[in-house]
Write a protein that binds this ligand. Sequence first.
Ligand code: FNR
Length: 416
Amino acid sequence: QESVYRAGVFGRTPAVPTDFATLEARAEKASSATAWAYVAGGAGEGRTMRRNRAAFDSWSIVPRMAHGNTTRDLSVDLLGTTLPAPVLLAPIGAGALMSPDSDVKIARGAAAHGVTYVFSNQGCNPMEECAAAMGDSPRWVQLYWSTDEDLVDSMIARAEAIGAGALVVTLDTTLLGWRPMDLNLGSLPFSQGIGIAQYTSDPRFTEIVRERIANAPKQASEVTLGAIRTLISMTRNHPGSFGANLRSPEPRAAVETFLDIYSNPGLSWEHLATLRERTRLPVVLKGILHPDDARKAFDSGVDAIVVSNHGGRQVDNAIASLDALVTIREAVGADPTVLLDSGIRTGADVFTALALGADAVLLGRPYMYGLALAGEQGVAEVVANVIAELDLTMALSGTADLAAITRDLLVRDSAR
Ligand code: FNR
């Protein structure tokens, strides 16, 4: 906190704005209309996205004074690893819309502070490249449940091989939500080949693509593995270069295959029950909102859940993530590991989420806006700012460590 704050006071010019509203406005200016629609957009009328923020506004922090603390400990033990702060970077796909080689830059920005980066299954760099950019810094791997069970196993094997600390299975995107901003522009990154690098770098995926092309004689005579591998580099870039290549059969088949198999609309607890014997990694289920689903998750033996409405991108008019956290914490009790995302914008938000029972939070769009404005440095600064403000909020509220951030430091603003 000190270093960020003092540098600011003594005239350091930050690479990215330190408040969210300016950060967002500048990022919008720096982005194309289609990129902005995808990243900033929400489902339907945007009610859930607004509600995520309104939920934070509906709680007030009641700071305690004269507590005598001069230092704070922000560290947290999460699934067997001690992390420097209770802030992780959420898995975000199609990041190349904001900056080429997005996921490697994000990986470096996260590693600069030792915070966990959750690699998206729809990332723009293969997870092996991201891991290599992070050294020993913690990384988790997020998975959408493919309709191809061998692809599920292949992704899990890769996650284990790159030293992932957990496997995060996202449950809320068995189908893509109703996203008017993208629909109005007639644009989705995947149709341009953006966000499929995790697939085109996968041996099982390339096998499926080759089989498909072989079985569609009108499309192609011969496809080599090398041709498909070249997709990896294409999928890192902005739209355009890849789009032009969609006329040739290999990239086109890869995109179509991706769209067909990336997620299983029939995903059930029976699928999830197989995870325990398929991986030795801790399992995290992301996208839980109902208390009964939270109970089911822990009854089925998962290690943690992420209470999340996907940043308001899936079901419009869904419950705010923070409101769901309250009922879920009540339902599962104090012990299980419960994380939260959707709507976290500041350090004070992190404080509020922890006071309502979250063990840690995931930061979403804010770090993408940092990426859009200043690449790796922008990501690192956004993360540093959120952690610095959390530290300052703790200092000024009389909490020396995360365990001291309790519900009695909040009141609900019912009058607003
Ligand atoms: C996401 N999110 C997401 N989640 C996931 O499990 N896998 C993914 O590939 C993606 N992709 C993705 C792309 C974009 C552009 C956004 C904005 C979000 C959801 C993400 O992990 C997280 O739940 C939300 O971003 C949290 O909400 P806020 O902080 O952005 O409001």
